[in-house]
Design a protein around this ligand. Structure first.
Ligand SMILES: Cc1cc2nc3c(=O)[nH]c(=O)nc-3n(C[C@H](O)[C@H](O)[C@H](O)COP(=O)(O)OP(=O)(O)OC[C@H]3O[C@@H](n4cnc5c(N)ncnc54)[C@H](O)[C@@H]3O)c2cc1C
Length: 264
């Protein structure tokens, strides 16, 4: 089964107007499963649409199986720590990472229809403000050195920055308290359930305890190194290499050694 029909919007619209247009389209055609790729636009537009139609929205979908009238939807749940499968028998909205599902063959005859978007006069943009553009795109980073509350003061973060530099320009990540409470780093660096999801080749966690909400953002990292002075820190159960040591001793020594090795 491929694409049978494509709707083309005659104009670019915002999330709220898109949602209004989509609600009409779904109601007119009685569409039951509405699937979209994750994007900034859809995160808002689909959430509004699902709410308007009182239908569930399942995010981070990784697999779908149809059996009769039942659609089995598997998604990364419980803070990314489990794959959950639910049976969908009624209308549902699904959101999946863009590259998760391979495109199927195109149908031979696609019909198209141009839609006039429904404008919503009740929503008025009062002002827009550009998000400050930092250099950090932590989601795309291949190497991340991440810092937690094990650091005693903001100035000490330079130990992590030095290590990141020696590693060839790793990005700096952090746990929630560092960005949200202490505000030592901007939210661009925040990794976790409520922060950014990362999947680098190397994730070095320094002075981070490894609570599930942090793990939820970095579990897909290829190699995880944990440096923590508490042997019972939960992070040690979720790493490839663990170093039980005071970060103030270990991190400068590691940086020094790597520098020496790279000089050779
Ligand atoms: C709804 C919700 C969403 C959340 N979302 C997120 C999220 O997205 N990301 C996130 O990170 N958290 C999130 N949290 C918070 C999370 O539960 C933890 O509180 C947080 O991750 C802890 O941060 P931490 O590990 O830096 O600090 P702590 O838990 O205080 O851990 C500090 C660690 O540093 C170690 N340490 C101390 N001194 C040293 C030293 N000298 N050398 C080496 N190690 C040392 C300690 O042994 C300890 O393990 C969320 C919580 C909730 C309730």
């Amino acid at each position: 089964m491929g694409v049978a029909k494509a709707y083309i919007l005659s104009a670019q619209i915002d999330e709220a107007s898109f949602s209004e247009t989509l609600v009409d389209l779904i109601n007119a055609n009685n569409y039951s499963v509405i699937a979209v790729p994750v994007s900034k636009f859809f995160k808002t537009a689909i959430a509004i649409t699902a709410q308007k139609l009182s239908a569930p929205l399942i995010v981070d979908v990784i697999d779908l199986k149809q059996s009769g009238n039942v659609l089995e939807v598997t998604y990364n749940g419980i803070g990314n720590r489990a794959q959950v499968t639910v049976k969908v028998t009624d209308r549902a909205f699904l959101m999946a990472p863009p590259a998760r599902f391979k495109p199927v063959e195109k149908a031979t005859a696609i019909s198209t229809e141009t839609l006039q978007p429904k404008a919503i006069p009740s929503i008025k943009v009062v002002s827009t403000e550009e998000k400050p553009k930092g250099k950090v795109r932590i989601e795309d980073a291949e190497l991340i050195v991440s810092v937690g509350r094990g650091f005693k003061k903001q100035d000490d973060l330079k130990l992590a920055f030095e290590l990141a530099e020696v590693l060839g320009g790793a990005e700096i990540g952090c746990s929630r308290p560092i960005a949200a409470d202490l505000k030592w780093l901007s939210e661009d660096h925040w990794v976790g359930l409520s922060g950014h999801k990362v999947r680098p080749k190397l994730y070095v966690a320094i002075g981070i305890s490894g609570q599930p909400q942090h793990l939820a953002g970095m579990m897909e990292s290829k190699t995880v190194v944990v440096i923590n002075n508490d042997p019972n820190a939960p992070f040690f159960k979720n790493c490839d290499y663990g170093v039980v040591e005071d970060l103030y001793k270990f991190v400068p020594a590691l940086t020094k050694r790597l520098k020496e090795l790279l000089k050779k």
